[in-house]
Each structure stands twice: as C-alpha cells, then as structure tokens.
Design a protein around this ligand. Structure first.
Ligand code: IMP
Ligand code: MG
Length: 176
C-alpha cells in the first residue's frame, strides 16, 4: 500500500480492531451504568472509533465533537490548535474523551487540563492506539485498544496529509 510516496503494510486487521472496541464498550457499559456519560470525540482522527464504539454502547450516552490539530504530515508540531471548540456546559458531566492515537501526549494533556477546570464530574480517556514510550505518561489511558511500537500508522481514521482515514485496517510505515 502506498500513500504520498510512502509504503505501508497491514499492522492490525479490522476484525482485531472490532474485537477490542467491543471489549472497551462492554467495560464502559458496566462502569458507567446509570451515569449518562458524554463522549467527547477529538476530530478528525477519532471519527471511526467513535462511530464503532457508540454502536456498542447500551447505556444512555451523549456525544460531542472538538477539533484539535497538532500533527503536520508525519510529525508533531508540539503545538495544539483548537479548530472547533466546545460550546456546551460541561459542569457535572461524566466525560469520556475519544482519541485515535496518543503519541507525545500533547493533545490529550492540553484537553485534560481544560476539562478538569470545566467543572466536569469526571474525565476519562479512551484511545485506539498509543505508542510505546520510555517515560510513561503522567495520566492514565483508561480504555486502550492497542499499544504499538513507536512507528507511524494510517487507517481507521488516521491519516497522512489527510489521506488514509477511510481504510478499515491499520497500516504501519515500512522502513525503506
Ligand atoms: P500527540 O499530541 O503527539 O499525542 O499526537 C496525537 C495526535 O497526532 C493524534 O490525535 C493524531 O491525530 C496524530 N498522530 C500521532 N501519531 C500518529 C500516527 O502515527 N499516524 C497518524 N496520526 C498520528
Ligand atoms: Mg487526532
């Protein structure tokens, strides 16, 4: 598979992904029973995860979207831009952030800080992927589908220069 002149090979199959998403949904259904959580989706990358996860949620839940950007092509810029913000009252809400991948942690760190100051009743974090790190994050990833090596991936919502988000499987860059 080739995108933007870069070769990728399959890393995680749609069936494995689906199995893990269902497992996370089952845990959320139990742990948030009677709570009506608000799923806060970080666009663009988490749209596919959000759609698949929500279909497995059996408790009452709300969904809202925020658009953040920190990546340019294959690298983090270290700066998080808020392209579409939140316009609703979060006080008293039990929030579950949905992210596609946590790499340096910059994006999620910024959002966690903002949400904790918003009066939310609780804030938890769900992500499809995280990359192996030598120094662990100071925040927990409460619901995680997979941990991968420190490599660049596309598919299942994740992109390179906007491409690859439609792929059902997750692909990893092949070193050349
Ligand atoms: P962080 O702020 O460094 O944790 O990066 C998180 C954001 O960067 C994610 O929401 C993704 O949009 C993007 N990102 C990080 N790693 C990858 C990758 O391997 N492929 C595609 N996007 C990535
Ligand atoms: Mg993202």
């Amino acid at each position: 598979m080739n995108l933007q002149g870069i070769t990728f090979e399959k890393l995680l199959d749609q069936e494995e992904i689906s199995e893990q998403i269902k497992r996370l949904a089952r845990r959320i259904n139990v742990e948030y029973k009677g709570k009506d959580p608000l799923f806060l989706v970080i666009l663009n990358g988490a749209f596919m995860f959000a759609s698949d996860l929500m279909k497995e949620i059996r408790i009452n839940a709300r969904i809202s979207f925020i658009k953040l950007s920190s990546y340019e092509s294959m690298e983090s810029t270290g700066e998080v831009l808020e392209l579409i913000g939140l316009n609703e009252d979060l006080s008293g809400q039990d929030i579950i952030i949905l992210e596609d991948i946590i790499d340096s942690g910059t994006t999620v760190r910024k959002l966690l800080t903002e949400l904790k100051a918003s009066g939310a009743a609780s804030v938890k974090l769900a992500s499809v992927l995280t990359k192996k790190k030598t120094v662990p994050f100071e925040f927990p990833i409460d619901y995680l589908a997979f941990e991968i090596e420190n490599e660049f991936v596309v598919g299942y919502g994740m992109d390179i220069d906007g491409l690859g988000r439609n792929l059902k499987d997750i692909y990893v860059r092949v070193a050349d």
